[in-house]
Design a protein. Sequence first.
Length: 253
Amino acid sequence: MAKRPMKRATRETTRETRANARDDARGRLQVVHGGWDPANDSNRDQSYIKTIKAKSKGQERLIKAIDSDNLVLALGPAGTGKTYLAIAKAVEALEAGKVGRIVLSRPAVEAGESLGFLPGAMEDKLAPYLRPLYDALSDRLSPKRLKSLMAEGLIEIAPVGFMRGRTLNNAFVVIDEAQNCTFGQIKMLLTRLGWHSTMVVTGDPAQTDLLPELSGLAEAANRLDNLPDVSVVRLEEQDIVRHPLVAKMLTVL
């Protein structure tokens, strides 16, 4: 009588194994032959590790600047890792107990097209603009850990318009997409810096969604470049770590 349960268990185990194999096959990334595959690029480390590593000399300068100065401006084209490195260093500082919280901010500016009316509460309306920051955070923290830190207020994501009047002490502050801030907004943001805090401002002056004369990032960087305690790191096309075509396209566009 004991043979039937054993046979049934064997059949169920076999079916489960086959189902898992099919699921693995479906979930496996299919790469078109002839396309660029980052896994085949010997110069890129695609493993998800907690310790970040510079992939270019420009990124190395940026990491050193964040470690040494309380105010860093990172300017460069898309794909140079400005936002990712800033958020990675922020998470690293929080987990090491060097700061008490992370504050991330970016302007709620539409990229050349109107989204129209967005339903929901204020957080729902702002979610599309702040989504890139969530993406970078989720790459450094597990979903459970990220949700816990945000619920405790140790990670805060806010649009630029909500930053006025605040003093950010014992915090790691990242201002993303600063090319979409006016000079007055950048001045307001920079003066939020409090005691025992680090602020990293990232952006690409060449990709502003404002009128070129309204963007204040380039002017602010030029003025702050001469201050000894402020680092202005300018990344170039050779620092791009996305698909190699990105660097080639930016040289002709």
